[in-house]
Design a protein around this ligand. Structure first.
Ligand code: NAD
Length: 290
């Protein structure tokens, strides 16, 4: 396939490299990032997109996606598919898809989970919104870049799945960290806490697979001085997106709101920026009630 890839940063770079390695013809465009091996540099986003069967985007946010889409859609041939893999707001995902479909293109929102490690290893999970036909066209590429692609529904369904998942993740991480900090103050050994909770009804991915307490459970960023991993500011970005979606859909999400507030304080007023989102544990440990 001829592929245009726009946004070759920490995630997009290795994703594009895997497509090139699998034998696809990939033309890339990024404002700053270097071209990965096997990817031909295009001078503009339009040049990367013209003549492509599929254009993939992996960009920082919805405003940038909208701007790039407005530029590349007129350059794409009818029947080609625009597939955005960034994490953006549901409204931007739907607006871009509508614009693409009005121009005779297929459109997918296909955000990912799995992080930079999953992008490099080709083991991402894609959650995808859009038509059956567009999904079928891009599925062979999802299979190269990832281990699983779930077709969640029509436009915006992929972003909806992503932000709902990450809202649960943010809320659960906070609950796990505050429970550890409480256990500390009650004199409970952290390993014992893990042994009980990881096999009891309080278990979760944040406890069992990504334990925020150093030296306890499987290896996680807590064992590496809370270097990300998944940075707190990215968690904050996703919690803001889930709150924005909740507001636009008139959904009541008080725990999501509280998690967004706590990560905002952690990132903007405390020492959370650049630290893994599990560094909420030392934050709670250092605090007192009230
Ligand atoms: P990044 O900042 O490393 O990469 C974004 C790239 O987009 C940069 O190289 C930047 O130069 C480029 N860019 C910005 N504006 C552009 C434009 N107008 N035209 C062309 N290129 C442009 O970010 P990342 O970590 O690769 O994340 C990309 C997306 O993936 C984000 O939406 C993020 O939320 C999502 N995501 C990231 C992770 C992660 O662990 N890093 C995990 C899942 C999802």
């Amino acid at each position: 396939m001829r592929i245009g890839f726009i946004g070759l940063g920490n995630m997009g770079g290795p994703m594009a490299a895997n497509l090139a390695k699998a034998g696809h013809e990939v033309r890339g465009f990024d404002l700053a990032a270097p071209m990965p091996e096997g990817v031909t540099r295009a001078a503009t986003a339009t040049e990367a997109a013209s003549g492509a069967d599929v254009v993939l985007t992996m960009l920082p946010n919805g405003a940038i996606l909208r701007a790039v889409a407005a530029e590349v859609i007129p350059a794409m041939e009818p029947g080609a598919v625009l597939c955005d893999c960034s994490t953006v707001d549901v409204d931007s995902a739907r607006a871009v898809a509508a614009q693409a479909e009005a121009a005779g293109l297929g459109a997918l929102d296909a955000p990912v989970s799995g992080g930079v490690g999953g992008a490099a290893a080709g083991t991402l999970t894609f959650m995808v919104g859009g038509s059956d036909a567009a999904f079928a066209t891009v599925k062979p590429l999802f299979d190269i870049m990832g281990q699983k692609a779930v077709h969640c529904g029509t436009s915006g369904a992929g972003q909806a799945a992503k932000i709902c998942n990450n809202m649960i993740l943010g809320v659960t991480m906070i609950a796990t960290c505050e429970a550890f900090a409480l256990a500390d103050k009650l004199g409970l050994d952290r390993q014992k806490m893990f042994d009980v909770v990881s096999t009891s009804s309080g278990y979760s991915w944040t406890m069992n697979a990504y334990c925020p307490a150093p030296g306890v459970g499987p290896k996680s960023p807590a064992d590496n001085d809370y270097k990300p991993g998944f940075a707190s500011e990215l968690m904050l970005k996703d919690l803001r997106l889930s709150q924005q979606a909740a507001e636009s859909a008139d959904a009541d999400t008080p725990m999501g709101q509280l998690a967004a507030d706590l990560y905002r304080r952690f990132v903007e007023e405390e020492d959370g920026k650049g630290r893994d989102f599990s560094a909420m544990l030392p934050r709670f440990s250092a605090r007192h009630r009230g």
